[in-house]
Design a protein around this ligand. Structure first.
Ligand code: HEM
Length: 90
């Protein structure tokens, strides 16, 4: 069965860490977002935002501003869903 989302494993997420010309992705609530276009707009600055690049951002995000509605803000940046390593969905 097909799925409308890209399935992103932790190792792929780790590779998208914003370095070496790569985009910065993070996972929030089981969804993976490309936060690259948002970097210049983040009220807390680029450096703070990029701390969650390439990894699950729930802990950092929740510690700083759990009230921020990332689902709405980053809707256009949705890449896919976070899955377990090796889970191709087949
Ligand atoms: C502020 C969005 C990730 C650190 C904010 C604000 C928004 C926002 C909307 C303003 C909130 C307010 O004034 O009530 C986001 C989104 C993120 C993200 C969409 C998605 C990944 C992070 C991360 C960190 C961080 C991972 C730190 C590790 C901060 C800080 C502020 C802030 C320190 C306060 C800035 C200030 O008021 O001077 N962020 N953020 N953010 N954010 Fe984020």
């Amino acid at each position: 069965a097909s799925t409308p989302y890209l399935r992103v494993t932790p190792s792929v997420l780790r590779a998208m860490n914003g370095r070496k010309g790569r985009d910065a992705w993070t996972a929030l609530g089981g969804r993976v977002y490309n936060i690259t276009p948002y970097v210049p707009f983040h009220p807390g600055g680029a450096g703070e935002l990029l701390r969650c690049a390439g990894k699950d951002g729930n802990k950092l995000f929740g510690e700083v501003h759990p009230w921020v509605n990332y689902e709405t803000m980053l809707a256009a940046c949705l890449v896919g869903i976070l899955v377990e390593e090796g889970d191709t969905g087949a």
